[in-house]
Write a protein that binds this ligand. Structure first.
Ligand code: HEM
Length: 128
């Protein structure tokens, strides 16, 4: 297994992961900044959670160095956090919903920063 792909060699599931992640950064930011509890919030929030599940579950099919890495722990944490946020709002616990969604968005941004590590695909793309 190669240490890492370049972006033009990346298989479809990695491109899907990348596109979903970039969309989730943008949409999640909009949802966090806009008014909460509205129809638009619930609609955009559902789309965002869908993107996050695609990112997190899809990541188990990505093993950049041929085996699971510490970043896969973040995938598990993200899935648990999203489920906790959904459970909370279904039980009218707005505070727990808010905290868990913020953690999920922070994890998304954190994972995005980790992609810039020099040995990773985007790190190589950005830093050469
Ligand atoms: C802006 C956010 C994100 C971007 C741009 C991004 C991008 C990528 C890319 C390009 C890869 C494949 C090539 C590589 O490892 O360098 C990858 C792998 C991976 N991503 Fe993401 N991702 C993001 C968010 C996430 C999130 C939120 C999670 C977890 C919930 C996640 C979990 C993983 C895992 C586990 C791998 C495999 C890493 C490995 O095998 O060492 N990513 N990501």
């Amino acid at each position: 297994m190669p240490a890492i792909y370049t972006i033009d060699q990346a298989p479809p599931h990695i491109l899907l992961h990348l596109v979903a992640a970039l969309a989730a950064i943008a949409l999640g930011g909009v949802v966090l900044l806009r008014q909460k509890g509205t129809f638009a919030h619930r609609l955009m929030g559902r789309v965002w959670v869908g993107l996050m599940f695609v990112i997190a579950f899809g990541s188990f099919f990505i093993q950049a160095r041929g085996h699971f890495s510490f970043i896969h722990v973040l995938s598990v944490v993200t899935i648990v956090t999203l489920l906790a946020a959904i459970y909370a709002i279904r039980h009218n616990n707005v505070r727990a919903h808010k905290i868990n969604m913020r953690i999920a968005y922070a994890s998304l941004c954190g994972a995005g920063l980790f992609t810039l590590l020099p040995y990773r695909m985007l790190g190589k793309l950005v830093f050469g």
